[in-house]
Design a protein around this ligand. Structure first.
Ligand SMILES: NC(=O)c1ccc[n+]([C@@H]2O[C@H](COP(=O)([O-])OP(=O)(O)OC[C@H]3O[C@@H](n4cnc5c(N)ncnc54)[C@H](OP(=O)(O)O)[C@@H]3O)[C@@H](O)[C@H]2O)c1
Length: 386
């Protein structure tokens, strides 16, 4: 099952789930492996069975998610497993999708296949928290990312914020971007920073979708973002140079955060990276949408009042939200802090070993909080990037 989880983790598949499968012959030999690559592609079980060929007869199939039993864009997996003569199926976790949810397991059992469920279930679910959150709530999994000075400003009061963090921290943020389906910014960030919202890493399977949340004022037509055909969320139809405008109800011409998040999930964007700025991030935070945060705290002191990470009123301590700090480490000269919000659809961190040998830490929805762990390490010295 660990190997199946590793296989599942290697692809961005949304809105479909990440799934991995391994076929072990009666001799104990691994004879087939497969991972789902995304919409319209073969399912992991089918690929693993194809690779196993005749050796699938009498085998055990390990699969991270319950096999489907319905005809979608590809044929259902449960009948294919029966047909291949698999003797036993070990399932990581039951599929929360109402179209599956137990029916795949029943179909296998009805055909006389032995089925074991919830084997490394936590880890199998942790490989794709966004899929589980979406199928249970209709919402995407939102990660808040911000870069700030050591004294807590995300921009100077003239709104400049370029190069707060060092090159290593910015590269790390690109890894975060590369794991996301969508990168979301508010109109203010488009106006001040003119971002391109791309992943600037060598091997990128697919660029995330850029999303702008527009408000009352018009969007600058000369921005670089139009090269990227963004999704623009607005409370009213807008003329834009490129991309798609999605109209979402809101207050005072500001799209409702939950409505915006749902609209993104409906478009298959389940892993959402919220990149600010402070006004948009503050409203999404107060709407309870943020499940995880990654903060880059620079080795740099602003030395006065700049922009706070979350704009809005923090009137009394009763309004504060406890979080679990999962990871603290140095990235070049800067610090990276990762946290999650307990009881917010996400509350437990889980880990699995990725095939590159690195331990990945992934959040899992709907579980009691784990004890907070603080970890720091890898204090490498690196120069500040240009
Ligand atoms: N260090 C970092 O990590 C980081 C990241 C991003 C941005 N920044 C900095 O943040 C500054 C810009 O801040 P900002 O707060 O103006 O940017 P923002 O949050 O990106 O944009 C705010 C604008 O978004 C629109 N909006 C639409 N729906 C909204 C909603 N539900 N809630 C709030 N706003 C909504 C409004 O536009 P209208 O005004 O048109 O109504 C609002 O003024 C810049 O200095 C930028 O450099 C820093």
């Amino acid at each position: 099952m660990r190997r199946a989880i590793e296989l599942a983790a290697q692809h961005r598949t949304h809105p479909n789930p990440r799934v991995g499968a391994v076929v072990v012959a009666a001799s104990g030999e691994v004879v087939g492996e497969g991972a789902h690559h995304g919409v319209g592609q073969s399912h992991a079980e089918v690929l693993a069975l194809e690779q196993a060929g005749d050796l699938a007869r009498g085998s055990t199939l390990y699969v991270t998610l319950e096999p489907c039993n319905h005809l979608g864009r590809t044929p259902p997996c449960a009948p294919a497993i029966v047909e291949a003569g698999v003797a036993r199926v070990v399932v990581g976790v039951i599929d929360p999708d109402p179209g599956v949810s137990g029916s795949g397991v029943s179909r296998l059992r009805d055909a006389g296949v032995e089925v074991e469920v919830d084997v490394l279930g936590d880890e199998a679910e942790a490989v794709d928290p966004a899929y589980f959150r979406h199928r249970r709530t209709g919402l995407p999994f939102v990660t808040l990312k911000m870069a700030m000075t050591l004294d807590g400003s995300v921009a100077a009061s003239d709104l400049s914020s370029k190069w707060i963090t060092s090159e290593p921290a910015r590269s790390d943020a690109h890894v975060l971007r590369s794991a996301s389906d969508a990168l979301v910014v508010g109109a203010g960030t488009v106006r001040s920073d003119d971002p391109l919202l791309t992943v600037r890493l060598e091997a990128v399977e697919e660029q995330p979708v850029p999303v702008i949340v527009a408000g009352r004022q018009s969007l600058p037509l000369e921005s670089r973002i139009w090269e990227r055909s963004p999704i623009v969320i607005s409370t009213r139809p807008l003329g834009v140079p490129s991309g798609e405008v999605v109209v979402v109800p809101g207050d005072e011409e500001r799209p409702d955060p939950n409505g915006t998040a749902r609209a993104l999930a409906e478009r298959g964007l389940l892993d959402v990276l919220l990149e600010g700025g402070p006004n948009l991030a503050g409203s999404w935070w107060r709407a309870g949408l943020v499940g995880r945060g990654v903060l880059y705290v620079a080795a740099l002191v602003g030395g006065g009042r700049g922009l706070a990470p979350l704009e809005g009123d923090f009137a009394t301590m009763a309004e504060s939200q406890p979080v679990n700090i999962d990871d603290v480490r140095m990235v070049g000269p800067d610090m990276r802090i990762e946290f999650h919000v307990p009881h917010n659809g996400v509350s437990r961190e889980s880990r699995f070993l990725h095939s590159d040998g690195e331990e990945r830490r992934i959040l899992r929805p709907d579980e009691p909080p784990s004890p907070t762990s603080h970890r720091s390490g890898g204090r490498r010295q690196a120069g500040r990037g240009a």
